[in-house]
Structure formats: C-alpha cells, structure tokens
Ligand binder design. Sequence first.
Ligand SMILES: [Zn+2]
Length: 335
Amino acid sequence: MKAAVFNGKHLRIEEIAEPLITETQVLIKVKAVGICGTDIAIYKGHLPTPTPLILGHEFSGEIVKIGEKIDLSWLNKRVTGEINANIDFDCFYCQKAMYTQCISRKALGIDINGALAEYIALDSYLLHEIPNEISFEEATFIEPLAAAYQTFIMMPVDKDDKIIAIFGLGKLGLLLVQVALLKGLEVIVIDDSDIKLKMAIKWGAHHSINHLKCKGIPEEIKKITKNIGADIVVDTSGNPDSLINIVNSCRTRGKIHIKSTHGIDVSMNLTDIVVREITIYSSRCGPFELAIQGLESGKIQVKRLISNIYNLPEIEEAFNSYERNKDQIKTIIKF
Ligand SMILES: [Zn+2]
C-alpha cells in the first residue's frame, strides 16, 4: 500500500506492506485524513518522534477486514478512531477510566504509525461509527472537535463566566468559537488574519481583534470588558509570545486554558498569576460521542472550515501550503 512516511526531514510516499490485524483489530480503508497542528509541528522538527513514521491522526474510513474476535456487524461500517492506542486497561489512570492518560498509551501518528496511508489497523476499542449525515471529510473533525469539547469538561463554566477570549483561529480556535457560543458565552477572537476574524464574526463571535493592527491585545480586551479583562482566556495559537498577553487579558480570579503549545518552552514571571489568583487549565483529547452528536445535530458546522483538499501524492505540498497562506484553516488529504 501507499503511505506518507516522515523520515525526520521529508514526507515521502512509500510503498509499504499492508498492516496485519490481530484478532481484536480491524483493518480500515482510509478515506480522508485532516492535517493537524501537531502533524505540522512534527514535520517542522518542533515535536520529536520516532522515525520513520506514518503521520496522521484525524481520520475516517471504512472497515474492510475484521479480526476473529470482532463482531461481524462492524464489517463495511464507516468509522473514525480515537488517537490513544495501546491502552493497558490496568494502570492507575485506566482504573479511574482516564484512558486517554493511560501510562502505556501510544498516540497514532505521533508515537506509532498513523493514518496517512491507504490502510490502518486499529484496536476495536478505539472505533466510533460515523452516522450517514456526516461525510468522510467532515468526520476528520471529530477528533479536534472532541478536544474542543474537552476544554469545557476540564474547565467548567460557572455563573460568573460571561466573556471568553480565544487566541488563534486555526481549526481548533474556530471549533472552540462554536462550542463557546453553544455555552452562551460572549466571544472575543484574536488572530492576525482578517479573513478568519470576519468568518468568526459571521458565525456568531461578538468581537474581533487583529493583533497586528492594534496597540496591545490586553488593552483591546479591557476596552471590551469595562477594564476588567476576560473571564476565560483560551490559547490555541501555540505562540510563545502570546502567553504574556493571555495573562494580561485575563481578569483577576479568571481562568486561562492552554490548548496547543507544541513543544514550546516559555519563560515568564508567575507573580501576576499568583497575586491575581488566576487558575490555569489545560486539556487534550475529548469524548468522541459528544463531537459526533454535535456534528450529527448540525449544531457544529465544519464544512466551512475546509480550505483545501489534496490527494496523497501531493502530501508534501499539502503540508507546505500552511506556510504560504495564513488564511488557510484546514487541509484534508482524500483517498
Ligand atoms: Zn492504562
């Protein structure tokens, strides 16, 4: 089969053997894979991984083969899969049902081979069926949308939380805008792309700030919030420089939530966080069931987040396209 293999420097299409399945696995014919910030970080060398490695963890496909212990009804089903494989169901975290934090876990496309290939073998406990209302392309958003929902699972919104500021309008930021609006929050978006800012406003965000065109983000946020600051500030920008702005944009006893900082080191003075009693949250993978419900009900719209679709042989071009166009949101590889 053909697979996009990262060798530590380049992504190359290679002809490799089709994966074999165990009796508790299924073989999925991959239909679509979304390129994620994590994939880009690996490609750019910011996130070290074992190599050679097949990248890709936001995927959808069809089951074409099942192991002996798998229920026959799974055959031919349209599915997506969770990213955390190799779960031991035995460790401290698994005993508390925190499977995404299992000490044995290996992330698809990061620690072990992922989905940018014609076929992927997957443990059946990772499978989720895709309802017919959701296309294969839309289904590549289930994993990141689950991560957006997880933000508010790890950080419950309480009655004093009215205004959220979302730094960064990539795919995750724009998914978070939609989830935050469903939570009834007033949404401020911050990015350097006027096109993305306009999109967010069109879809319901209340205020936008282009940080290249203002004197200071905290000052702009204070103007909107009667000089208090946002109740919740979420960073999806992965930009080390934005952290100081995030702290300064958050109100006293407010909440900061870090979503994406791929391999970034930040040095900062923590005094302001302590003195103003700001709580810092973080979150990662979330419940796929919630994300599937969000898409199936139409409450979350993702088709509009697809910027372009490439075929597998154009993989390196697809990865490089992010460098050239800051207005780009989501690139999908179609099989
Ligand atoms: Zn475990």
